[in-house]
Design a protein around this ligand. Structure first.
Ligand code: IMP
Ligand code: MG
Length: 337
């Protein structure tokens, strides 16, 4: 809890511990329903992200706008993000068409950098990385080259533009959910460079958006019970089980429709992501997918471990994570948590 004058800021952070697509959208949606957040903040990434959310039985895929919008909570695209004005406005239309009221609830930090039409043509021309071709990387490149354009300079975005200092620090009690995009394995510094995205995907990235470190209450780390990765490096071992996992788990990109490569859960990687992100609570999603496929395996210490039952694999994971079992949750693809 961070106190200053008469005001208090508290924040929870959601971070992906693998390569994106671990159900951050689902966890964000669930927490928005359960907690009393005053704001939800997306802290990194652009429209390369795709958050799939089932709200009152209806499927929505958002790219820019955080999950708070489904509950009328002011939802902010933070300055660590890059925003595509055209896609952002289309996303608002899509939400309105789906019956979600957005008026006066969506904000963009004034100095959030903008993805320009020219950026999209420049994305990964040789296609070595396998980017989402959303112009994300070129927009961050121009930001750091100090030639980028910011949201307040784009007339169509001006109704949404806010100053994050004024938003979070002008008094009153704030309880902010910080929702990340992509994941630890795609982080520009911690990921497998150059097979990474162009932003910071760790919990530290939330703080860059004007969230004081002392305000952080919980860090929700989200992972899948197996791993997936989309991009051009070889990730999937040759075993037909991964074809089955892809089918059952519907592992096709929500932004690009590409097949996601699949592999078993890597415990060493997971433990590293938990430590670096300071994770306090873990959600392991898609348990029902392995149940349906009928195999329970993971890698630990570089070797494959095979379990006979779901219970024995869960027990192993619980003991290995060094997090209180009360703070480890297993969720299903089909249900909300
Ligand atoms: P970029 O972020 O479009 O530049 O793509 C760089 C790498 O990150 C590629 O491997 C993409 O497939 C991956 N990537 C970017 N955003 C996401 C996401 O939201 N989920 C999963 N992979 C992503
Ligand atoms: Mg996604």
């Amino acid at each position: 809890m961070y106190r200053r004058g008469g005001s208090v800021i508290q924040a929870d952070i959601i971070v992906d511990l693998q390569y994106g697509d671990c159900a951050k959208g689902k966890v964000a949606h669930h927490l928005c329903k359960k907690e009393q957040y005053t704001h939800v903040l997306r802290y990194n990434g652009g429209c390369n992200a795709g958050h799939t959310i089932y709200h009152e039985g209806v499927k929505f895929v958002t790219h820019h706008i955080p999950a708070g919008i489904f509950f009328g909570i002011p939802s902010i695209i933070g300055l660590g993000c890059v925003v595509d004005p055209e896609k952002f406005l289309l996303e608002i239309e899509m939400l309105e068409r789906g019956g979600i009221r957005t008026a006066g609830k969506i904000f963009i930090a004034r100095n959030t950098h903008v993805i320009l039409p020219s950026h999209k043509g420049e994305d990964d021309p040789e296609d070595i990385i396998g980017t989402t071709k959303s112009g994300n990387g070129p927009a961050y490149r121009d930001k750091y080259a100090r030639i980028g354009k910011r949201a307040f300079e784009v007339p169509e975005l001006s109704p949404y533009v806010v100053d994050l200092y004024e938003m979070f620090h002008s008094g009153g009690d704030m309880y902010v959910l910080c929702e990340g995009a992509q994941g630890f394995g795609l982080d520009i510094d911690w990921g497998d460079y150059p097979y990474v995205t162009s932003s910071h995907c760790t919990s530290a990235s939330a703080l860059l958006n004007g969230i004081p470190w002392k305000s952080v209450r919980k860090v929700w780390g989200v992972a899948k019970i197996y791993e997936t990765y989309v991009g051009h490096k070889k990730f999937e071992p040759d075993d037909p089980v991964f074809v089955k996992i892809r089918e059952v788990g519907e592992e096709f990109g929500s932004t690009t429709g590409r097949s996601r490569q699949c592999n078993w859960l890597n415990m060493d990687f997971l433990c590293r992501a938990i430590a670096v992100n300071g994770v306090t609570h873990v959600v392991l999603s898609k348990m029902d997918v392995l149940r349906e496929v009928g195999r329970w395996e993971l890698y630990d210490g570089g070797v494959a471990r095979v379990f006979l039952t779901e219970t024995s694999m869960k027990k192993y994971i619980r003991e290995r994570l060094h997090i209180s079992p009360r703070k480890i949750f297993f969720s299903e693809h089909k249900d909300s948590i």
